[in-house]
Design a protein around this ligand. Structure first.
Ligand code: CO8
Length: 260
């Protein structure tokens, strides 16, 4: 595997841990998404691997979401290739046969939140400085239908409607309250709690759990799987608009200013 992700697979437990280690903020770039998909495919094919924990090696950040630089000032061809990779990541994670647990040990905006929502269970660090949510509207962009569907499936229609319109980023306590995450623990305990939780899930017969997971998620997955090309075209048409490029440029400026 690549330098940007490290996968530790424990044969004795059948559980793998994927550490995202793409400095500074694990943004989901085309290259990073490709590596994640290759790693996930390998684990999926290994019948001895039953569970996967996803976590971050970067301090304070789980993932900053999609790499804005893959959507800013890029050719339509590049944007299309990038978007296919985003779709692929979502399809692979949301449809995984493995038990997937997100160990959210830092902030998790936009695509980072999406990645965690594709998992079966979310444990977040109880640090009020961290936040999680689909903040797309704050960048002047619109979360696509399958981001929306994933959130509806996680927290319900009403909470999603408010979250998406306002581009809300929730504190861990607020995220727990609406069910965006399942459990809060101290920062140092996120990974060990994920391992403990995994043990509970591993006790369920795989075939029954897998069929149940598929029953719950298949309609949502099929919706994108049947419309991938149209979704790519929509994205490219939207993201390459002058007005949208301008919004992204202003957002990037804001990120830099905030730092100074
Ligand atoms: N993409 C590219 N670069 C990024 C991103 C990103 N998503 N996030 C941060 N960076 C860069 C920063 O600009 C900064 O760069 P530099 O060092 O050159 O100034 C560097 O990473 C470090 O960032 P910070 O100094 O801000 O790090 P902090 O630890 O202070 O904060 C955060 C970490 C909280 C993650 C913060 O960086 C942040 O809020 N980032 C923005 C997150 C965000 O809004 N992401 C949204 C991406 S869009 C998306 O995922 C879904 C899009 C759906 C598309 C739909 C279109 C139709």
């Amino acid at each position: 595997t690549s330098q940007k992700i490290k996968v530790d697979f424990d044969q004795s437990t059948g559980v793998a841990v994927m550490h995202m280690q793409s400095p500074p903020v694990n943004s989901l770039s085309l290259e990073f998404l490709t590596d994640v998909c290759i790693a996930l495919e390998k684990l999926e094919m290994d019948k001895s691997c039953r569970g996967l924990v996803v976590t971050s090696s970067q301090p304070k950040v789980f993932s900053a979401g999609l790499d804005i630089l893959d959507m800013y000032g890029k050719s339509p061809e590049h944007c299309a290739e990038f978007w296919k990779a985003v779709q692929e990541m979502w399809l692979k994670f949301y449809g995984s046969n493995m038990i997937t647990i997100a160990a959210v040990n830092g902030s998790s905006p936009a695509g980072g939140c999406l990645l965690s929502m594709t998992c079966d269970y979310r444990i977040m660090a109880d640090n009020p400085r961290y936040s999680i949510g689909l903040n797309e509207t704050k960048l002047g962009i619109v979360a696509p239908f399958w981001f929306k569907d994933t959130m509806v499936n996680t927290v319900g229609h009403r909470a999603t409607e408010m979250a998406l319109q306002l581009g809300l980023l929730y504190s861990p306590a607020e995220a727990l309250k609406i069910g965006l995450v399942d459990q809060l623990v101290h920062e140092d305990q996120v990974l060990t709690t994920a391992t403990e939780t995994m043990t509970k899930w591993l006790a369920i017969p795989d075939h029954a759990r897998q069929l149940t997971k598929s029953m719950m998620r298949k309609p949502t997955i099929d919706k994108l799987a049947a419309n991938r090309e149209a979704d790519v075209n929509n994205f490219v048409k939207f993201i390459t608009k002058d007005s949208i490029q301008k919004s992204l440029g202003m957002y990037l400026e804001m990120l830099k200013r905030r730092k100074a």
